[in-house]
Each structure stands twice: as structure tokens, then as C-alpha cells.
Design a protein around this ligand. Structure first.
Ligand SMILES: C[S@@+](CC[C@H](N)C(=O)[O-])C[C@H]1O[C@@H](n2cnc3c(N)ncnc32)[C@H](O)[C@@H]1O
Length: 401
């Protein structure tokens, strides 16, 4: 029997549902699957066996049923649809760069006693449940190796109705672990915590009970190397999520700025882009987190690089056109909300090259439209799928005037 064309999944929508030719949304489907009248699915050539046992219940990934080709198409479509929605099309839309499995260097987990069972893992898909993580296809193996001993340790100190949040980050020295909402209540518990950190080879262990992170264990100062520069890692800092994703963002950024000598790096964080630009240029880096910009500044000073830093809230006090016009290129990498006010100022500027790096195609497309209406040309866009199997899509773009 031939399939009814209306029942065939033709694309994957922004939130991850497959969409049939006649517009029905079907969760956990893939392009060319056929949806049956009873809601069942005949899997098509792009539908693969999800590699993780927690698929569907875990909120970490929702698109593991897609093969590599259809996931790459999803990433491209997310960027394309957002641009089309604003009536924009770049001169060149590159093929997407997708991060490899088991490459995520940051993870936020939850832990709690649920009934009589202690659970540690990601939040469930669309729910508050904790998925007790026995397998993870996205986390870097060094992060995942901490899960089992951490579960054993926290289980021994957990109290009922007491949710803990866990942040794991892979630093140069190993795993940086922050536990929120666990307070040792005896000297023995403090000692047990340090023993756990030592035996597990944790690089830094910190606790946060609502008053900010306090380091309990850090045998050597924790750093992340950006470019070739070791940068001290403040607690809960922003870092790109995978090494290959970061490399893809940097490669596109370098192509965009070319050999420009004087560059502004806005929303600079710890300096992912500033330090990738090499030592021959002059960089101005602005960032709203005091801890991050201090770490960037110290690292640049020690490495004797020409990076000039400013602690600045770019939402309240964006750079003016006069300030911007000093630069041959401006890089900006704002949070998900985008950079509406800074973009309005950039639109009034004469900056010849803009490299906009975004973690949200929708806010990016809105900002891109403002630039294009002011005479900038959207030249190239590089989609980047740094959060493999999730609906989270990033991109690098180049604008010229
Ligand atoms: C997507 S991250 C990019 C960081 C850095 N470019 C990187 O790749 O590692 C966005 C950065 O914007 C900073 N930020 C958030 N709100 C800000 C504001 N109002 N003004 C300046 N920086 C801000 C955050 O602290 C964070 O470092």
C-alpha cells in the first residue's frame, strides 16, 4: 500500500516535533516517517535507534531519533526559518558544524531523595522529575565519571525534601564541581567532603548555600585554556559547551574579521574570542560579569597581550557609534535575549565588519534585520549545533558595510 502523502513527516519544527505535510505535530518522529491513523509510526530512512536508555524521559536530548543528516538539516532550518521570518537571506549559508557525542564540557544536574531512592541526573523532559542518570551520550566522559561516586557520596548525606543542584565543568585540572544546597553540619561531614573530592580526583569542589559559592577543595588553582592562555575560572562562568563547537565558532569568527588589527569583543566572557585572535592585534573586551572580566584581564596581563578590558553593562550602557567607529571589526556574542540596544548603536556606526555570534536564531534574526535596514549586508552565516540532539542552535554571522 502506498503512503498517504499528508501523513508523511516533512520537517522538524523548532521545538523538536516532526510535522506532517498537512501540519500535524508528532513528537519523537523523523523526516519521512509515516504517521498512522491510530497515532502509530512507520519509521522512515532518517529514523535511527536512539543510543541512550533515558531517551524520551530525560530532558537532556530530545532528538536522538534523527540521523546525522536530518539533525544537520534541522539545525540549518532553525537558522533559515528565523532569517526568512525577518525577510533576510545571507549571501552564503554554510553547512552546519555539529558537535560529536560525549563532548559536552558543562552540565547542570539535580539530586534529591525521591521516596526512598536517591536520584542524580538531568530534569525530565518537560517535567520536574529527576532522571537518575546511568548513561549519558552527550557529557564528556571525564564529567560522567564523576556521577557514580558523587551519587554514592550525596546519598550518604542527603536529607528528605532537599533538592540539590550540581554544576559540572571540565577545567584544565579536571572536573570543577559546584553543589548548591548542601551544607555539611559536622566536622566529620566536612572531612568526608574533602575525602570524596580527593579520592575522586576533583579539581575544585565548592558549595553554595545561597550566599555565593565557597571553595572547599582546590589543590591547584583551576583554569581553562583559551587560545593558548590559561584563564582563572570563576565559579559558574560561561564557557562554550564543547571543544569542537567552540573551534567551529572561532574558525568562522576568524574568517569574518580577517586581518583586522583593532577589534572589539563585546559580551567577552572569559575571553574565548579575545584570546583566539592571537597576539598581533589590539583587542578591547567588554563584559558585564565582574569576575569574568577580571579573570580575562589578569590572564591577558600575564600573557602580555594587548587586550584592554572594561567591566560594562552593555544592555544599560551599549557602546556609542563614536566609540564603535574606532574599531575595524566588532565581535558580539550576547546572551539568548540578543543585543537590541547595542545593535541600534552598531546600526548607526561605520564599523566595516561585524561578527555576530548567537545562541538564539530568533533574537539574532531580529537584530540582523536592524543592521540590514541600516545598510549592513548579511554576508555569511555558519550554523553550529553545539548541543547535539537538542533544539538549541547557535550560529556565527558576518555583516559588512
Ligand atoms: C553567550 S556568553 C558569551 C561569552 C564569551 N563570548 C564566550 O564565548 O565565552 C554571553 C556573555 O554576556 C555576558 N553578559 C550578560 N549580560 C550582559 C550585559 N548586560 N552586559 C555585558 N555582558 C553581559 C555574560 O556574562 C556572558 O559572559
Amino acid at each position: 500500500m502506498t503512503a498517504n502523502a499528508e501523513n508523511i513527516i516533512v520537517r522538524v519544527a523548532a521545538k523538536g516535533d516532526g510535522v506532517t505535510a498537512d501540519g500535524r505535530h508528532v513528537a519523537f518522529s523523523a523526516p519521512l516517517d509515516e504517521v498512522l491513523d491510530d497515532g502509530g509510526l512507520i519509521k522512515g530512512p532518517h529514523h535511527v535507534e536512539p543510543p541512550c536508555r533515558h531517551f524520551k524521559e530525560c530532558g537532556g536530548c530530545s532528538l536522538q531519533q534523527l540521523d546525522a543528516e536530518s539533525y544537520a538539516q534541522f539545525v540549518t532550518d532553525r537558522v533559515n526559518y528565523a532569517l526568512e521570518g525577518q525577510g533576510l537571506s545571507p549571501t552564503k549559508l554554510h553547512a552546519p558544524q555539529i558537535s560529536k557525542p560525549k563532548s559536552r564540557v558543562r552540565a547542570s544536574l539535580r539530586a534529591a531523595m525521591v521516596g526512598n531512592i536517591f536520584k542524580l541526573g538531568f530534569s525530565g523532559a518537560g517535567s520536574h522529575r529527576i532522571v537518575d542518570l546511568q548513561q549519558c551520550e552527550i557529557m564528556h566522559p571525564e564529567l560522567f565519571a564523576v556521577i557514580a561516586p558523587l551519587r554514592t557520596f550525596l546519598q550518604s548525606v542527603a536529607r528528605r525534601k532537599h533538592d540539590m543542584n550540581i554544576e559540572l565543568t571540565l577545567a584544565d585540572q579536571g572536573v570543577d564541581l559546584l553543589i548548591k544546597n548542601y551544607e555539611p553540619d559536622s566536622l566529620d561531614q566536612h572531612q568526608a567532603l574533602s575525602e570524596f573530592a580527593q579520592q575522586t580526583g576533583i579539581a575544585r569542589l565548592s558549595l553554595d548555600n545561597g550566599y555565593g559559592p565557597e571553595t572547599q577543595w582546590e589543590p591547584n588553582p583551576v583554569t581553562v585554556t583559551l587560545g593558548n592562555v590559561p584563564v582563572a575560572l570563576p565559579h559558574s562562568s560561561f564557557l562554550q559547551s564543547t571543544a569542537d563547537g567552540k573551534d567551529a565558532l572561532i574558525a568562522a569568527m576568524l574568517e569574518t574579521v580577517g586581518d583586522t588589527k583593532l577589534i572589539a569583543d563585546l559580551f567577552a566572557g572569559l575571553g574565548t574570542f579575545s584570546f583566539a585572535l592571537g597576539g598581533e592585534r589590539k583587542i578591547y573586551a567588554a563584559e558585564g560579569s565582574r569576575d569574568a572580566i577580571s579573570a580575562l584581564k589578569s590572564a591577558a596581563n600575564i600573557a602580555r597581550l594587548q587586550v584592554f578590558t572594561e567591566h560594562r553593562d552593555l544592555y544599560r550602557r551599549p557602546l556609542s557609534p563614536e566609540e564603535l567607529n574606532r574599531f575595524g571589526a566588532v565581535i558580539l556574542d550576547p546572551p539568548r535575549a540578543g543585543a537590541r540596544d547595542q545593535i541600534v548603536q552598531l546600526a548607526k556606526s561605520e564599523v566595516p565588519k561585524i561578527c555576530y555570534i548567537s545562541c538564539n536564531p530568533a533574537s539574532f534574526a531580529r537584530d540582523a534585520k536592524t543592521l540590514c535596514e541600516a545598510g549592513y549586508k548579511l554576508k555569511e552565516v555558519w550554523p553550529v549545533g553545539q548541543f547535539l540532539w537538542s533544539t538549541h542552535v547557535e550560529l556565527v554571522s558576518s555583516f559588512v558595510r
